[in-house]
Design a protein around this ligand. Structure first.
Ligand code: ADP
Ligand code: MG
Length: 267
């Protein structure tokens, strides 16, 4: 029987912030795991040449990568890999992807390559509910490809000094992508990461973010939690590594908050 509650196309969310070390990869991996716990089928696309999402999800075989998908028109069947977790899939990346930015410049369709690749025939068969794209720490052509391919942009904001700085540049890029290539691109939300309630600065960043960005900021905050930072060395999301940890609970919560928002939008 056809499941009418299943959207015909996966929702594509780009996890982006041009700052490094703010929790993009951690959020992509663990939000994906949280969505899987809610019964979703999820694909993580590793769009960072550092390949941290691939390592964090235990990928060993990197013969076929995002580079092949974006630059060489590889088939989805060739590049999508299963992970240890049922319902969670990944397209891994390697350092090869770092040259893609330059190789793309001369391509007429340079901003649309990921968009087209993720919509090739054959995608339906995977029946993904969500595709999360882990972006590199830059507003380069790869990140633009992610924004052109995506329905929305999810922005991790590290609860630290200067957190909000740089956000305007990111928003400017979103606006440009809307004007040129993807008019329907939404901001999925801003999620506060590495939050430390005992730290005045964390609380100040939260206040500034909520004052300035309002509803755009997710209610769920991700606490700074050592289990979150340990999990990648065990090649697991924190939800599997330590299911009862504060970090795992927060990402589970974030997944539910996002799902609830999407259900409301679809109703
Ligand atoms: P990005 O992808 O934006 O560069 P990462 O997700 O790789 O950032 O996070 C940067 C570092 O911070 C990593 O070492 C990661 O393990 C750690 N980290 C991320 N989120 C948390 C958290 N909630 N608690 C503790 N450490 C975290
Ligand atoms: Mg990263």
């Amino acid at each position: 029987m056809v499941d009418l509650s299943r959207p015909s196309a996966p929702r594509i969310v780009a996890v982006a912030n041009q700052k490094g070390g703010v929790g993009k990869t951690t959020t992509a991996i663990n939000l994906a795991a949280g969505l899987v716990e809610c019964g979703c089928r999820v694909l993580v696309v590793d769009l960072d040449p550092q390949g941290n999402a691939s390592t964090g999800l235990g990928v060993e075989d990197r013969d076929w990568t995002t580079y092949d998908l974006v630059i060489d028109d590889a088939l989805l069947e060739a590049v999508i890999q299963e992970t240890e977790i049922d319902g969670l899939y990944i397209i891994p990346s390697t350092v090869d992807l770092s040259s893609a930015d330059i190789e793309l410049i001369s391509n007429e369709k340079r901003s649309f390559l990921l968009h087209d690749a993720l919509r090739q025939t054959g995608m339906d068969a995977f029946r993904f509910d969500y595709i999360l794209i882990d972006c590199p720490p830059s507003l380069n052509l790869l990140t633009v490809n992610a924004m052109v391919a995506a329905d929305s942009v999810l922005i991790p904001l590290q609860s630290e000094f200067f957190a909000l700085e740089g956000l305007s540049q990111l928003m400017l890029t979103v606006r440009e992508v809307r004007q040129t290539a993807n008019p329907d691109l939404r901001i999925e939300g801003v999620v506060l990461t590495m939050f430390d309630n005992r730290n005045n600065l964390s609380r100040q960043v939260e206040k500034d973010a909520r004052d300035n960005l309002g509803e755009m900021v997710f209610k769920t905050k991700i606490p700074r939690n050592v289990r979150v930072s340990e999990a990648p060395s065990y090649a697991l999301p924190v939800l599997q590594y330590d299911s009862g940890s504060l970090g795992a609970m927060a990402y589970r919560h974030l997944a539910r908050e996002m799902l609830q928002k999407h259900r409301k939008m679809a109703a």
